[in-house]
Design a protein around this ligand. Sequence first.
Ligand code: BGP
Length: 479
Amino acid sequence: MSVFRDDFLWGGACAANQFEGAWDVDGKGDSVPDHCTNGSHTSPKRITEAFEPDALYPSHEAIDFYHHYEEDIALFAEMGFKVFRTSINWTRIFPTGEETEPNEAGLAFYDRVFDCCKRHGIEPLVTISHYELPYALAKKYNGWADRRLVGYYMNYCKAIFERYKDKVKYWLTFNEINAGTMRFGSILSLGTCQGYTGVAFEVPDDIQTRYQALHHQFVASAEAVVYAHEHYPQFKMGNMIAFSAAYPLTCDPNDVVAAQQQMDNMDWYCGDVQCLGEYPYFAKRFWAENGIQLRMEPGDEELLKKGVVDFYTFSYYMSTCITTHTDGQAIEGNLVGGAKNPYLKASDWGWQIDPVGLRWSLDQIYARYRIPLMVVENGLGAFDEKGPDGKIHDSYRIDYLRAHIQQMAEAVKDGVDLMGYTPWGCIDLVSASTGEMAKRYGFIYVNKFDDGTGDLSRERKDSFYWYQKVIATNGEELD
Ligand code: BGP
């Protein structure tokens, strides 16, 4: 007997800017990622205001899901997907973010995508904003630093809610909203990069601006949830957090406190606002010690209280260790690095692989919020080489996913209410951190390479057939 619910949502996840391509087609405007060049593990991607003729902008073509969606969704259906997590490209609907009328051609594209999902019995799970802010809003307003973004976001939400009310039930307000607690977030999610050109993740940091911008996102998220609940009671509204599982490197109590603070700032700061409807108890001290003066408007506190989400979703790739000692060896990671854990191995990109940490995270989150959870990103970014038979034998990816599913099952046995699982990049796509194609996550291989070449053809990897079996047996058959 499977431990997972009968209606468990098995599927996969993608984000518009990382796989759609067609960046200027059918009236689409340019978004912040459209201004980012490619990079690699060793050479960072850049953001440019003007498009440089010799530079490569990977989002412009990506894997061209825009013109391959029927083929791709058919492949997802062949694996047995129950759910497909994707995002709407804000700039397809409102090219600069400021229009009063949505772009019909953009809306029609997602009608086609959701209809195609429906034909295959796949439920869409839509991230409203996944690192795809209209560039015009970054340029004119310094992104979310300006409270007027709340209004533009709401215009966008109202347009897509009304249009897709019969096609989409599950919505996530912001991807990895806690990216805003880190410098990375300035480019990725907050768009607080007005006038900046250079290495993307080296935007001059201003913590006051960042936390104010994040507050505006909380307000926008809450307003969207309240609006959705009032007008579309059938909707289920979720948040999305890049979950950082942080362990103390040693049992030195100072390390324990440091690890706790890391999780407070990275995980619970945003989770508490979106699930409990208020800033956590430690926020005041954090603001004071970091010189942050948060400007709240009358009514904000009530709005946050009312706008709590129905379910909690998160990405989980790795864990990290925190230490107050100087001898820890640094590691890289999804948004956040830390110290090396001697018990864990890392991916080729230095992310420490820790399936047990997923069970621990699920238990921690569920203990705190007691609402249904969903793992909406997880996976192994790896170099895939074709074997002599011309196929991708990605046993390393299967091993990674199997171990994580086994730990999800343990968490379910612990009593966690887990709704579903959508591994990241179910079809190969552009990396958010480096802009590479070479960092592949998919069950489906795409012939597209870092230099922009490739015929975009799709091929099933070994993991495709493996995942098909996992879904068919509701997670029981993992070999
Ligand atoms: C998350 C993002 C995704 C995705 C993933 C993998 O932070 O929500 O957009 O890309 O990480 O990261 P990367 O692409 O850098 O390997």
